[in-house]
Design a protein around this ligand. Structure first.
Ligand SMILES: NC(=O)c1ccc[n+]([C@@H]2O[C@H](COP(=O)([O-])OP(=O)(O)OC[C@H]3O[C@@H](n4cnc5c(N)ncnc54)[C@H](O)[C@@H]3O)[C@@H](O)[C@H]2O)c1
Length: 282
């Protein structure tokens, strides 16, 4: 018996990179896997069924079970189709991995509205649509042991030049993770997120990563963190964000400083705030 024997797992964007490694890891652990991928380019252009089909073939060749779906997570009908693919085939869902993603990097001064929309649509709206469709399905199934793993990014949590669209979407995923971890707890669904760094086509032009190489920085290091968070082994882990850089794992935390109390009933002024800055930060 594997950790996921009989469990139905949806991995969006699993035709390549981290999603592919994750889908293969779930299948190896006994899961019935929905492999979703539109099969577009890194910037989200075009579509091709080959990416998802190839991963389904790999899983089946290794003795596992998988089904492909090619619809976009950013489209309402497309997202619902992904969940329905699982329900039609296996009559249930247990795990959702929101992994699908694209890049349209450009400095803020030159960023086009279309570039903003495309990236927000796939990462943030797509994860919302998938989460809602999944949550509605598990509500019908009844309280159980469910999990969602979202994919945020160092860029979203810390910021990065040239990625106003991507970092805003990924910061939004922090909020979606926190809020859905609170709202879905009553259904027995935990929601956590990873912030990976891995050598994939998305990062293939980052020389530093290429130099370190796929053995140390490949998506095979990210997949076990996703399966851990999705498994009952992590039953007490909810609403948390884990960084994964190759073999290094750490936790991102939002912190609040102790702050300072002003004079009750007396509004602060810009000058008094500046004077109190050292205490506000503490
Ligand atoms: N690689 C990294 O270092 C890194 C760092 C931080 C975050 N991430 C995130 O990890 C996730 C996976 O990235 P990756 O590096 O494996 O990239 P990738 O390009 O190899 O894989 C992304 C996959 O998502 C699919 N996809 C794109 N739009 C889709 C849509 N609308 N519906 C369904 N599928 C769609 C693509 O076709 C592609 O197969 C992304 O969310 C990415 O932002 C990656």
């Amino acid at each position: 018996m594997g950790l996921f024997t009989g469990k139905v797992v949806i991995v969006t964007g699993s035709g390549n990179g981290i999603g592919k490694a994750t889908a293969l890891a779930f299948a190896k652990a006994g899961a019935l896997v929905v492999v979703n991928d539109v099969g577009g380019t890194r910037d989200g252009a075009g579509k091709d069924q080959k990416a998802a089909d190839a991963v389904v073939a790999d899983i089946k060749d290794a003795g596992g079970e998988a089904v492909a779906t090619y619809t976009s997570v950013s489209d309402l009908d497309g997202a619902e189709n992904i969940v329905w693919t699982a329900l039609n085939r296996w009559k249930r869902v247990d795990v959702l991995v929101n992994n699908a993603g694209i890049l349209r990097d450009r400095a803020l001064l030159n960023m086009q509205v279309s570039e903003w929309d495309a990236v927000l649509d796939v990462h943030l709206k797509g994860s919302f649509l998938m989460t809602r469709a999944f949550a509605r399905a598990i509500k019908v199934q009844g309280t159980g042991s469910y999990a969602i793993v979202n994919t945020t990014s160092m860029s979203g949590l810390l910021g990065n030049f040239g990625q106003a669209n991507y970092s805003s979407a990924k910061a939004g995923l922090f909020g979606l993770t926190r809020t859905s971890s609170i709202e879905l707890a009553k259904l027995g669904c935990r929601v956590n997120a990873i912030a990976p760094v891995a050598l994939t086509r998305m990062t293939e032009d980052i020389a530093m990563l290429k130099d370190v190489g796929v053995d140390q920085m490949g998506p095979q290091h990210v997949a076990p963190v996703v399966t851990w968070l999705a498994s009952d082994v992590a039953v007490e882990v909810n609403g948390r964000i884990f960084g994964v850089h190759g073999s290094k794992i750490f936790e991102y935390r939002m912190t609040q400083s102790e702050g300072v109390e002003g004079v009750a009933g007396v509004p602060w002024t810009p000058e008094s705030l500046q004077a109190a800055l050292a205490k506000i930060e503490k």
